[in-house]
Design a protein around this ligand. Structure first.
Ligand code: IMP
Ligand code: MG
Length: 179
């Protein structure tokens, strides 16, 4: 799909970030993260499902040693959050005394990451930080400390680059925003 406008059901989406724009954001983000963690071994937690594309792309640019883990949360249905967070996949590895870096595709209300960070409070980690490719600052309903942000966007639904509408469109290489 090379078009700048795509139709999904009766909605229109316009291109927000092209593949080149995404690559640029990734490089800048990786640069900051590489500086922050130079010389350390880091336990990276990719948040599924949405984080699988961003997580894979970002990790290829990291220059420090890292292990990769997955968790899976579900909160969205259609165009908005249900405010009920399901934790379908949990961490199985021991992260005690580890540097934990969480990679999320997008932070909207912040409820999912608030929930996960509260789970981690009982683990004795050496450090924890949150990295998201996209952040919708106007949508946040909780006070969340997000260390690394790829790009801030306004409060409109997006698809592509891992992000879905009812489980579809995750494989689009660019990011599209609902008009
Ligand atoms: P939050 O708990 O409201 O911050 O939402 C977190 C999760 O909802 C993200 O990890 C995404 O999986 C999903 N989500 C939030 N906004 C969007 C969007 O605009 N498009 C697709 N998924 C989204
Ligand atoms: Mg997600």
């Amino acid at each position: 799909m090379g078009s700048d406008i795509i139709r999904v059901e009766n909605m229109e989406f316009k291109i927000l970030l092209s593949e080149a724009a995404i690559e640029d954001i990734l490089k800048k983000l990786a640069d900051r993260i590489n500086k922050a963690y130079a010389g350390k071994t880091v336990d990276i937690v990719i948040v599924l499902k949405g984080g699988y594309v961003f997580g894979a792309d970002l990790c290829k640019l990291l220059t420090f040693e890292h292990r990769i883990h997955f968790v899976k949360f579900t909160s969205y249905e259609g165009l908005k959050s249900t405010n009920v967070i399901r934790n379908d996949v949990q961490l199985t590895e021991d992260i005690e005394n580890k540097h934990v870096l969480i990679l999320e595709d997008i932070i909207d209300t912040g409820q999912t990451m608030d929930h996960f960070l509260k789970q981690l409070e009982t683990e004795n980690v050496a450090s924890k930080a949150l990295c998201t490719f996209l952040l919708k600052p106007e949508s946040l309903t909780v006070d969340l400390d997000v260390e690394f942000v790829g790009c801030e966007i306004d409060d409109a639904f997006v698809i592509g680059y891992g992000m879905d509408y009812n489980e579809l469109y995750r494989s689009l290489s660019s990011i599209y925003q609902k008009i």
